[in-house]
Write a protein that binds this ligand. Sequence first.
Ligand SMILES: Cc1ncc(COP(=O)(O)O)c(C=O)c1O
Length: 476
Amino acid sequence: MSAMTASFTVAPAHARATASIRRASAKRSGARAVRKSIRAEAVKEKTSTLNTTKSDAIFKAAQDILPGGVNSPVRAFKSVGGGPIVFESVKDAYAFDVDGNKYVDYVGSWGPAICGHANERVNAKLKAQIDKGTSFGAPCELENVLGQMVIDRVPSVEMVRFCNSGTEACLSVLRVMRAHTGRDKIIKFEGCYHGHADPFLVQAGSGVATLGLPDSPGVPKAATNTTLCAPYNDLDAVKKIFEENKGEIAGVILEPVVGNSGFIVPDKSFLEGLREVTTANGALLCFDEVMTGFRISKGCAQEYWGVTPDLTTMGKVIGGGMPVGAYGGKREIMEVVAPAGPMYQAGTLSGNPLAMVAGIETLEILGEDGAYEYMDKMTTKLINGILEAGKAAGHEVCGGNIRGMFGLFFCAGPVKNFADATNSDTDKFARWHRGMLEEGVYLAPSQYEAGFTGLKHTEEDIDFTIEAAKKVFARI
Ligand SMILES: Cc1ncc(COP(=O)(O)O)c(C=O)c1O
């Protein structure tokens, strides 16, 4: 995500600190950002038909209470300008704001709402569990049930450890890779986000591997100088890093469909090549499926691609809207984790019964016949309709979807890596985003984010969205 630095001031995804954005260039880009946000405000004032009086007041008050008015940076709408929308409630495919506006929601709490917001079945299980206790801090059978579901569905997973967020899953899996191999270095890819732990906050340089430099104040060089970066979809770059660091690389971690630089699809041969090169070098391959897990397919992206990593991280969907993360892999590797083995990792709320019941019910629903086919059908119709409308209105647009994950760039494409993604016209994206809000469609407030659909998005919602897109493309 380093490249986004040039024109962005906000991390692409949540904290997206990643969004390497950042900080290093924050000062430099600060003035530009202010100008941009004034521009966006002007756009909003001139054209807005959306009443955001209460949202604006709440967000203004929040800025005195929470840093930047939010608890995760991307929510502040900085990269699209205009104030953020403050939610009152969510249900099925819809979000309702404090001013009484309704939106078709394609963020879905950044992924977890795959069965629809406030799903009745998930809620019923949660309500029943609350009366039995919300946190045990002791073993409970629900952990076995969800753990076994994960093992049965995800090809790489023979043992699993639950934790509380995707960030925690990724930082823990990094420790597993190092503990298992006895090596320190890892390879990650430009534009892939793996949570906000120090070793992953690396400025991704262009070209071939570079030694990582900390991407945020507060991250010591020592924490990132074992993180090597390569461009996504560039197997030769990865091979070169392996050659230059023989016997030193613990593993390779990547998003098996990128959602954190916008929606970017890997070449299957790239994933297969990573599988080969890691095995040949005694290194581990980890798919970060925090976003793609149980979204791309019942057995996650690894099942979809037919490439089995050694380790997998999960989050979002697996908690059905409750805070959760998980990492798993081959038994032989996972047995390094305490107390089976010497690698320490723990959590007061890990495996808590609320997250477990929400996860179990969510995976039950997703396991029913036709779930992924339905999401595929709806999402393909959605993105094709949007792309057609954009092209018909004379815009350069490209994009696509896999099942319930999709994305759109304002450039001709193809977009194969983060550098390609930065060709997108982000000013136009900002106008598109605000325009869609005004039409009742809630999209992720950054060009560098994927969109999500779920089982509750209806054909009518998709048609409504395409009609909204036509109107907005005509005026941006
Ligand atoms: C691929 C990926 N990994 C890790 C994370 C971090 O997860 P969390 O926000 O739950 O800490 C995210 C969050 O969006 C993600 O998309």
